[in-house]
Design a protein around this ligand. Structure first.
Ligand code: NAD
Ligand code: TDX
Length: 344
């Protein structure tokens, strides 16, 4: 099989490329990535010389380029991870989210139709369901929960999902969609909560916690997410949506304090800063469908997964120090400068 993985130089796509290249030596894995600020070829170093792996730089929304690539490569399967993925960036610059997340998905699906791709898998997010209230711990997102988005990011992902389902119903494109909760693990870009807190705590820098830190996220180890996608590709039913989550809910403050304890750094580093506009309160996935239909089970709980992740950041400093010393430093000043100067 020839499998196109888009966004494979990013966090989850990179972990997925590692898994697939190692597990399926007889499959060809082609990684198409634009190498935006979030793409990093260092992540692919462990597999870059493998005979079943190839990297191509390009934009999923560039239609002539994508069509020519599909004509040449004749992909059997497409797994679309490529996206603008950061909620805060979508609030300051929504346009690129529409371009990459919606238009890019449309282009990939038109190419998949034209060149007879046998499975198109869309990597989506639990954020398409909006949020749940903190005082209703009995509520969870199921695949039937209505789409109800909050941010430009989640709106772009939800729009893409609707196009994917429409392409299945209208054109018979063999699609699947997965919607997972917050991922953590190796190779995550340090703009996201967990690597941001680890890297700044190690440097003894202030740790920006939005609002009161009481928002809840349902943490999923990236390896468990990648295993679930592999399972959906092989056993999932076409036209279906699968939620992925491991019942690991934590408030943001709990996550930050857990990291501080593990690194033996003081809680006095925590700074409560102005909240994210439209900040979703709680995400919580009901994974019953993927567990019962496909037999998926997460291998990590948050306590073991966060320890392993912290160790990875301690042992791979050059990977993230390289990032935070470059253009990212300007981003941090722009995004957090005012927030850190003023108390909410
Ligand atoms: P990421 O930001 O780390 O990586 C995105 C990758 O896509 C980067 O390598 C980037 O260069 C590439 N890319 C961006 N625009 C592109 C374009 N136009 N053409 C080709 N490549 C392009 O993101 P991530 O955290 O690895 O997320 C991957 C996918 O999973 C996204 O679709 C995201 O919406 C979804 N998701 C992420 C999480 C999470 O917690 N990180 C949770 C649920 C769903
Ligand atoms: O500096 C911060 N301080 C803070 O309190 C940052 C970056 C985040 N937060 C909070 C906001 C969220 O409640 O931490 C929580 C997690 O924030 P992010 O890491 O930005 O993730 P989130 O907004 O929950 O979205 C993530 O999960 C769903 C991914 O970025 C999305 O791509 C995915 O779809």
């Amino acid at each position: 099989m020839k499998i196109l993985v888009t966004g494979g130089a990013g966090f989850i796509g990179g972990n997925f490329v590692h898994l697939m290249v190692n597990r399926y030596p007889d499959d060809q894995i082609v990684n198409l990535d634009l190498l935006t600020y979030a793409g990093n070829l260092e992540t692919l170093k462990p597999v870059e010389d493998r005979p079943n792996y190839k990297f191509i730089r390009g934009d999923i929304a560039d239609e002539p380029f994508v069509m020519a690539l599909f004509e040449k490569e004749k992909f059997d399967v497409v797994v679309n991870f490529a996206a603008e993925s950061h909620v805060d960036r979508s609030i300051t610059d929504p346009g690129i989210f529409i371009q990459t997340n919606i238009q890019g998905t449309r282009v990939l699906m038109d190419a998949s139709r034209k060149y007879g791709v046998k499975r198109y898998h869309q990597v989506s997010t639990d954020e398409v369901y909006g949020d749940l209230p903190l005082d209703r711990p009995d509520l969870y997102f199921t695949e039937e929960t209505p789409i109800h988005t909050s941010s430009p990011y989640s709106s772009s992902k939800a729009s893409a999902d609707l196009f994917v389902l429409a392409y299945h119903r209208t054109y018979g494109l063999p699609v699947t969609i997965s919607r997972c909760s917050n991922n953590y693990g190796a190779y995550q870009f340090p703009e996201k909560l967990i690597p941001l807190i680890i890297s700044r705590a190690l440097a003894g820098e202030e740790l920006p916690v939005y609002g009161k830190g009481e928002n809840v996220r349902d943490w999923l180890h990236v390896s468990d997410h990648c295993e679930a996608i592999d399972l959906i590709l092989r056993k999932g039913r076409v036209g279906e949506v699968y939620n992925i989550g491991g019942h690991n809910e934590r408030t943001n403050l709990e996550v930050v304090k857990t990291i501080l304890r593990a690194l033996d750094r003081p809680e006095s580093l925590i700074r409560f800063v102005t909240d994210r506009p439209g900040h979703d309160m709680r995400y919580a996935i009901d994974p019953t469908k993927i567990e019962t239909e496909l037999g998926w089970r997460p291998q990590y709980n948050f306590d073991t997964g966060i320890r392993q992740t912290i160790d990875w950041y301690l042992n791979n400093r050059e990977w993230w120090e390289h990032i935070i010393s470059g253009e990212y430093a300007n981003y941090f000043d722009k995004m957090y400068g005012k927030r850190l100067e003023t108390n909410p």
